[in-house]
Design a protein around this ligand. Structure first.
Ligand code: APR
Ligand code: PHB
Length: 396
């Protein structure tokens, strides 16, 4: 006999239990709005994904207000500057020049762990290993979501649906094709990343522009370094043993850093193709997109997670406003409001990427333009402040 469909009820169904979905659930639950989070993977899988680690001031405040900032403030490190290098020179951008703001270095992996713990504490319903998620009737006042676990079918009646299911999710597919603008650019290079239990080469991040290719020296803590180098899209991780990565990295950093860098075995390696994607609109009927489900940008500037959180800020305040007042006016403005910050941020990431990455081929004109612009930033406080403002993030 076939098992009967199970029916559940909640106010907001959140598809995707990554940082965007979990933070949204946390903020809504704190405001006494009920949620169910549907996640296609296991908790262990989600908690172990290694991603970027720079948290904007605004993201830190949002996490603290949601009772998820305690460990970030204790174990994360506050950075009030970054280094930019080119032609063996390095100069510092004072991030505090941007209205006194700083950023925090704290891994996204840790944020996900903190979010799961906070959700557990508040009694959230997070359903893992779901399959065949389907969104229905989003243009009515009674939308619902169907899904399956181990052959058992479920049906959730709800008021609203948040699509927080990342770049490979299904939520955006429920916006009619003819109404959806999918903006997409693929860059001609990728980032090869290495995580190693070594002391970071410098106490602040170094973004290095070099004719051999871009390099980034980042960190997770005092004994854990994260480095990236620009490689072409045809490269394979298997062709990059640790020694080859260290060798290439040291060629791209100024000698005052490459001469003291501590090398060691990698504990993780990754290869990421750089792309920019923006999905418009971010709302259709009672479905709202947030995070990577609606946008992707190159990691230069570490904006992905922060932009996901600013979407969550706009969406959560609009939903809270709806449940307080009964008016959906703010919700109707969500897509426009979120997209304004999305476009500014995607543009900043694109600008920083184009400024620092070696152009493909031996394009000496493009390289000369980059060096001129870097020199201009090096000598102009106004240009440094503009970079600092973009880096610490647009106010929301
Ligand atoms: N059903 C349920 N869950 C799904 C589905 C689906 N059909 N498809 C994907 N998911 C889950 C993924 O397994 C993942 O855990 O949705 C989650 C989306 O999480 P992320 O990809 O981490 O995206 P998001 O929460 O928007 O986080 C923003 O910032 O630094 C960037 O890309 C980085 O993850 C980061 C992001
Ligand atoms: C990281 O530490 O992983 C990181 C830092 C800064 C970036 C991108 C990634 O711009």
């Amino acid at each position: 006999m076939k098992p009967k469909n199970q029916t559940l009820q909640t106010q907001v169904v959140i598809i995707g239990g990554g940082p965007a979905g979990l933070l949204l659930s946390q903020i809504l639950m704190k405001a006494d709005i009920t949620t169910i989070v549907l996640e296609s993977r296991s908790r262990t899988y989600v908690q172990n994904r290694i991603r970027a680690g720079v948290i904007e001031h605004g993201s830190m405040e949002l996490l603290c207000n949601a009772n998820v900032g305690e460990r970030l403030l204790k174990e994360g490190s506050k950075h009030s500057g970054i280094l930019i290098s080119y032609e063996n020179k390095a100069f510092r951008i004072n991030l505090s020049s941007a209205k006194g703001k700083s950023v925090y270095v704290y891994g996204q992996t840790e944020i996900t762990v903190d979010l799961y713990q906070a959700q557990e504490k508040i009694g959230a319903t997070i359903i893992h290993n779901v399959k065949n998620v389907l969104i229905q009737d989003i243009n009515t006042k009674k939308p619902h979501v169907k899904f399956e676990i181990l052959g058992q079918k479920y049906h959730i009646n709800c008021d609203y649906i948040a699509g927080c299911d990342g770049s490979k999710g299904i939520s955006k597919d429920f916006i009619p094709k003819e109404k959806l603008n999918f903006h997409h650019t693929l860059y001609p290079y990728s980032w090869l990343g290495i995580l190693s239990k070594t002391k970071p080469v410098h106490k602040e991040l170094i973004y290095a522009s070099h004719q051999r290719g871009f390099a980034l020296a980042s960190m997770r803590n005092e004994n854990l370094s994260r480095y990236y180098i620009q490689v072409s899209n045809s490269e394979k991780i298997s062709e990059w043993p640790d020694e080859k990565i260290w060798n290439e990295l040291t060629k791209r950093l100024p000698t005052r850093f490459s001469s003291i860098i501590e090398t060691g075995s990698s504990i993780e390696k990754s290869l990421t193709t750089l792309r920019s994607i923006v999905v418009e609109p971010m709302q259709w009927g009672r479905l709202f997109l947030a995070g990577d489900a609606a946008h992707i940008m190159p990691p230069t500037g570490a904006k992905g997670l922060n932009l996901a959180f600013s979407d969550v800020y706009y969406l959560s305040s609009s939903l809270i406003n709806f449940y307080k007042t009964g008016s959906s006016k703010k919700l109707e403005l969500y897509s426009e409001q979120a997209l304004s910050r999305v476009w500014q941020t995607v543009r900043f990431s694109h600008w920083m990427t184009s400024l620092l990455h070696a152009p493909e081929g031996n394009n000496t004109i493009a390289r000369k333009f980059q060096l001129l612009e870097l020199e201009e930033i090096f000598t102009s406080l106004t240009a440094q402040r503009a970079l600092a403002e973009g880096y610490v993030g647009v106010q929301y």
